[in-house]
Ligand binder design. Structure first.
Ligand code: ANZ
Ligand code: ZN
Length: 857
C-alpha cells in the first residue's frame, strides 16, 4: 500500500482542520507556566520575503516546542501598518493608504497562512486601525501627563526626500536617512519630543540584566546611550558681571592647559557676548554651519572652522584670560553646548589651535607626550600633571577628582555625568501615521484631547497629491476644532507620530488585545510579560529595541505595568542571502535568468565575467527567492526544514536549491519509514515493553533517547535549530538501518512516537499526518514532548576495534563494563588474533578502553 508524499494537499488539509479546531488559540485561565513567543511584527508591504519566513518559522518552532513542554503559550502576530510606503504608494496610484494597507495585510496574511504557523490570529493587531491607535494616543497623553512628552523649538534632522523630520536614531552613520537614504539636513522646527534621556541611566544599567540578549546588541545600545563622566566648569566672562560660560569636560585634569573656550554657533550666549566688530563674520559663519550635519561637524578628518566672537573669559584655575570662539565642531545639543579648548590633549582642539594660531600648552606629562604634541598630535592618554600649580605631580585620575573637588568648593565646578542619548523626536510631517492628540489654542496653548474623545481619527479619502507640507494641515474641517479647554476656535496638531511609537508598545497590547477600556490591563501584562523569546532583525538593535525598553520603563513608572524590561531573551536572526551575479567593472547586478552558463557566468551585454556572490536577497539584486514558489514545489514543511537546517538562526543563510531538495528527500525518507511502521502499529497508546530487549531493540531505544536528550537541549534557552534537525536525521537513520522488522512492536511504537513528536515543531503538517497514520488520537501538537528515559542511554555493549601492529583488522562487540584485562582477554580470544597471530603470543598489547586493542606481534 504505497502512497506518495504530496505536501500540497496534505498541508492544506491539516491547516483547515487546525483552523476548525482552533488549536492555536491562546489558553486562558491562570497559569504560571506562561510563555510569550514573539516575532517582530512586519510592515505590511504586501509580499512576504524569505527574511520574514525565517523570522516567523524560528519563532514558530519555539512556540510549538514550549506548548508540547506544557507551557501556556502566547504566539501572536500583527502589522506595523503606518508609515511612508503606504502614503507614497497612495500618491503614485491614487488609492487610499488605508485601503492599500488593508489589502496588503490580507495578501500577506494569506502567504503567512501557507507556512503552517501556530499563531493565535484572534489577537491580530494593525497599528493603523483606530481600535489600536486610539491607545497609542492614550499612551502619548499618559507620557504627556508624566512630563515625558514636550514640545520645543530645536535643530532637527530633515529628510528632504521624505519631507519629514527624523529622530537621531533614524540617521545612519553616514548622516543619511535610514529610510530614504537622503543626506539629512538641519532645520529649526517646533516639534514633539519624548524625554527618553530621563531614562538614560536605567536603560544603560539594566542592560546588565539582559543576559539573554546578544552581546553585540547590548554593546550597541550602551554606545548609543554613551555615558560620559566628567565635570561642568564655569568660566567668568570678562566685562560682563555675573555672566559665565559653562563647559562640559571629561578631562578636568587638563584645565590648566585650556587656551580658549568655544561655544556652539547656536549657543544662546553668542548673541549676548558678541562684539559688534565681529557681528558680520559671526553671522556668516552661523549660516554656513547650519547647512552641515552633526556628523560632518564632528568628523575627525575634516578641518575645523571657527571665528572669535570678541569676548574673553577667565580660567578659574590659574586666572589666564582666554578668548571665546564659536566653532563648527562644538554641538549645541551635547553637554552644555560649550567646551574648553585644550589643544595639547585633544585632537580636535590641536587641529583647531594650529589653524587659528592659538597657544598649545602641555599639562599632562608622560613618555613621548612632548614629542607627540610637537609633531601636531594631541596626547590624549593619562599621565602626570605639569604646569598646573598645586596639582603638579598628580596622576590624571586623581587630578580629575581633586580639581573638580577644588572647583566645587570654590563654586566654579560640579561633577557631572552626560549622555550622548538625545530626547526622541516623534513629530512627523506626514499623513499616514497616528495623529498626535493635541489641540493648539491661541489662549491655552497646547491642550490634550480628553481621553474619552479618543481616538482622534485620521481623516480618510483626502487629497495627498500636493507634496510638501503636511497633508493634514490642509484639511480645514479636520484642523479647525474648538479648544477642549476654553471652547474657543483652535487647531488640531497636524504632525503625526513616528511609527516607532506604534511599535514601542504593541507587545503589550497582544497580552490583552480586546480591551475596550484601557490599552491593556495590569493583570494581563503580569501574566504574559516579559516576552520570553523575541525574534527579529539586528537592524532594530537600537531603534525599536531601545524605544520599547524606554516605553516599558516609563509605563512602569506611571504605574500601568510592573515589568521593567519587555524582552527577556532576544534572538537576532541572520540574513537570507541569494546567489548574486555582479559585473565587477560596472558594478551592475545581472538577473540569473540573463546568465547563460552559471558555471562561467558572463555579462550578456558586454561578455565580461561576473562575480558570483551571496548577498541579502533583494529585488534590486535579482537574487530573491519567492517563498510561494518554494512552497508550491516542495511544501511548507520542506521550506521550514531547509531554513532551519541550513544555518544556525543568528548566522546568515545562503539559499541553495540543492539543499532544499535534500530536505525534501529527507522528508520522503521519513514518509517511507513511517509508512512501513504503520503496517505494524495502529495505536499510539503506550505498550508494555518486553522484559528482555533484543540488541536491535536496545540500540534503537538508545538512539531515540539520545535524540530526545540532544533535541531538548538544543531547544532549551540557547536555541540551536540546525543541530536539532541533524539529531532527527540520525534517529531516522538508526531506525532504518536496524530495520523495522527487527524491532519488537512496543519499541517500534516508542521510537516512531518519539520521532514524530520531535519532528512536530519543525515539520508540523507532516508530523500531524504521521501521527494520524500511526493511530494517534488528537493532534500531535497537543501531545507532550517526549520524556527522556536515561536508563535507555546506558550502553551495555560497545564496539572494540582490534588492530594488529596499528592496522585495523577487525571489530568486536564487547560488554561496556569490561576492564582492561577483560578487553585484552577478549581480543586475544578473537578470530582476528587467531588469523593474524597464528597462535603466537603477541610481544605487546596496547589497550585503549572503550576504543581499541592493538596487538603487536
Ligand atoms: C576638555 C578636554 C580636554 C576634552 C581633553 C577632551 C580632552 P565624550 O567622551 O564624547 O563625552 N565636548 C563637550 N561638549 C561638546 C560639544 N557640545 N560638542 C563637541 N564637543 C564637546 O567627550 C566629551 C568631551 O568632548 C569634552 O571633554 C569636550 O572636550 C568635548 F584633553 O573638554 B573635553
Ligand atoms: Zn483654549
Amino acid at each position: 500500500m504505497n502512497s506518495r508524499y504530496d505536501p500540497s494537499s496534505l498541508e492544506k488539509r491539516w491547516q483547515r482542520l487546525w483552523n476548525e479546531k482552533q488549536i492555536d488559540q491562546t489558553p486562558d485561565g491562570n497559569t504560571d507556566q506562561a510563555f510569550y513567543a514573539l516575532s517582530m511584527f512586519p510592515y505590511p508591504s504586501g509580499s512576504l520575503h524569505m527574511g520574514h519566513v525565517r523570522n516567523y518559522v524560528i519563532t514558530d518552532v519555539i512556540a510549538r516546542v514550549r506548548r508540547m513542554q506544557g507551557f501556556a503559550v502566547l504566539h501572536p502576530m500583527g502589522w506595523d501598518a503606518f508609515g511612508l510606503p503606504a502614503e507614497n504608494a497612495a500618491i503614485e496610484r491614487n488609492v487610499d493608504p488605508g485601503d492599500w494597507t488593508d489589502q496588503n495585510i490580507a495578501q500577506m496574511r494569506a502567504q503567512l497562512d501557507r507556512l503552517g504557523l501556530s499563531i493565535d490570529w484572534d489577537r491580530e493587531q494593525a497599528t493603523c486601525h483606530s481600535d489600536y491607535y486610539r491607545w497609542t494616543q492614550w499612551l502619548f497623553l499618559e507620557l504627556l501627563e508624566g512630563g515625558l512628552a514636550y514640545r520645543k523649538n530645536a535643530t532637527v534632522n530633515w529628510d528632504p526626500i521624505d519631507q519629514t523630520v527624523l529622530a537621531n536614531e533614524q540617521v545612519d552613520a553616514d548622516g543619511k536617512s535610514w529610510r530614504s537614504g537622503a543626506l539629512v539636513e538641519q532645520r529649526q522646527l517646533n516639534q514633539w519630543f519624548l524625554r527618553i534621556t530621563d531614562y538614560a541611566e536605567a536603560l544603560l544599567k539594566d542592560l546588565d540584566q539582559l543576559d539573554g540578549w546578544p552581546e553585540r546588541v547590548r554593546t550597541m545600545q550602551a554606545n548609543w546611550i554613551g555615558r560620559s563622566e566628567g565635570a561642568e566648569i564655569n568660566f567668568a566672562v570678562r566685562g560682563h558681571d555675573s555672566a559665565s560660560i559653562t563647559v562640559f569636560t571629561t578631562r578636568p585634569d587638563t584645565l590648566a592647559g585650556a587656551s580658549y573656550v568655544v561655544l556652539a554657533p547656536e549657543h544662546p550666549l553668542v548673541d549676548a557676548l558678541l562684539d559688534p566688530a565681529q557681528e558680520a563674520a559671526v553671522r556668516t559663519f552661523q549660516k554656513d554651519v547650519a547647512r552641515l550635519s552633526s556628523l560632518e561637524r564632528t568628523s575627525d578628518d575634516r578641518p575645523k572652522h571657527g571665528v572669535p566672537i570678541g569676548a574673553s573669559v577667565t580660567n578659574p584655575l590659574n586666572g589666564d584670560e582666554l578668548p571665546v570662539w564659536i566653532a563648527d565642531y562644538v554641538l549645541a545639543e551635547y553637554g552644555t553646548g560649550a567646551v574648553m579648548g585644550v589643544p595639547a590633549h585633544d585632537q580636535r582642539d590641536i587641529a583647531f589651535a594650529a589653524s587659528n594660531g592659538l597657544p598649545i600648552q602641555q599639562v599632562i606629562e608622560a613618555d613621548g607626550a612632548a614629542d607627540a604634541i610637537a609633531s601636531g598630535q594631541a596626547w590624549t592618554d593619562p599621565g602626570q600633571l605639569i604646569n598646573s600649580g598645586r596639582f603638579d605631580g598628580l596622576a590624571s585620575k586623581e587630578a580629575k577628582q581633586a580639581i573638580t573637588q577644588h572647583g566645587s568648593e570654590s563654586g566654579w565646578a560640579q561633577a557631572k555625568v552626560t549622555y550622548r542619548l538625545r530626547d526622541w523626536l516623534i513629530s512627523r510631517q506626514r499623513y499616514w501615521g497616528c495623529p498626535i492628540p493635541i489641540v493648539h489654542c491661541p489662549d491655552c496653548g497646547a491642550v490634550a484631547v480628553p481621553r474619552d474623545e479618543l481616538p482622534v481619527e485620521l481623516p480618510r479619502g483626502i487629497d495627498l497629491s500636493g507634496k510638501g507640507g503636511s497633508p493634514l494641515s490642509q484639511q480645514e474641517d479636520w484642523v479647525n476644532v474648538p479648544c477642549p479647554s476654553c471652547g474657543k476656535p483652535a487647531k488640531r496638531e497636524t504632525d503625526t507620530m513616528d511609527t516607532f511609537m506604534c511599535s514601542s508598545w504593541y507587545f503589550l497590547r497582544f497580552a490583552d488585545p480586546h480591551n475596550t477600556d484601557h490599552p491593556f490591563s495590569k493583570e494581563a501584562i503580569n501574566r504574559w510579560l516579559p516576552v520570553r523569546q523575541y525574534v527579529g532583525g539586528i537592524e532594530h538593535a537600537i531603534l525599536h529595541l531601545l524605544y520599547s525598553r524606554f516605553f516599558t520603563k516609563a509605563l512602569k513608572d506611571r504605574g500601568l505595568i510592573d515589568v521593567a524590561e519587555p524582552f527577556d531573551r532576544l534572538l537576532t536572526q541572520g540574513m537570507v542571502q541569494g546567489t548574486t551575479y555582479r559585473n565587477p567593472v560596472s558594478g551592475k547586478y545581472i538577473a540569473p535568468s540573463d546568465v547563460s552558463d552559471p558555471e562561467k557566468p558572463t555579462d550578456p551585454s558586454s561578455g565580461e565575467p561576473l562575480d558570483v556572490l551571496f548577498e541579502k536577497m533583494s529585488k534590486s539584486k535579482y537574487n530573491g527567492v519567492d517563498p510561494a514558489s518554494v512552497i508550491d514545489r516542495y511544501g511548507a514543511d520542506t521550506a521550514r526544514m531547509f531554513i532551519l537546517f541550513k544555518a544556525p538562526p543568528e548566522k546568515d543563510l545562503e539559499w541553495d536549491d540543492a539543499d532544499v531538495e535534500g530536505q525534501f528527500r529527507f522528508l520522503q525518507r521519513l514518509w517511507r519509514l513511517v509508512e512501513a511502521g504503520a503496517t505494524r502499529i495502529d495505536s499510539m497508546e503506550p505498550m508494555q515493553r518486553p522484559a528482555e530487549l533484543s540488541d536491535a531493540d536496545s540500540d534503537v531505544r538508545r538512539a531515540l533517547h539520545l535524540a530526545i536528550e540532544a533535541v531538548s537541549e538544543d531547544l532549551s534557552e540557547d536555541i540551536q535549530l540546525n543541530t536539532a534537525i541533524s539529531e532527527l536525521m540520525k534517529l531516522s537513520n538508526a531506525i532504518s538501518s536496524t530495520g523495522i522488522d527487527a524491532l519488537s512492536a512496543p519499541v517500534l511504537q516508542e521510537a516512531l512516537s518519539g520521532l514524530v513528536r520531535l519532528l512536530a515543531p519543525f515539520a508540523p503538517h507532516l508530523a500531524e499526518e504521521f501521527w494520524s497514520r500511526l493511530g494517534g488520537s488528537g493532534s500531535v501538537h497537543c501531545q507532550s514532548w517526549p520524556a527522556l528515559d536515561s536508563t535507555a542511554l546506558v550502553q551495555d555493549r560497545v564496539e572494540l576495534v582490534i588492530q594488529v601492529k596499528g592496522k585495523v583488522r577487525g571489530k568486536l562487540q564487547v560488554p561496556a563494563s569490561a576492564d582492561k584485562q577483560e578487553l585484552e582477554r577478549l581480543a586475544l580470544a578473537s578470530d582476528v588474533a587467531e588469523k593474524w597471530l597464528e597462535g603466537a603470543a603477541p610481544r605487546r598489547v596496547i589497550v585503549v578502553p572503550g576504543k581499541l586493542v592493538n596487538l603487536v606481534p
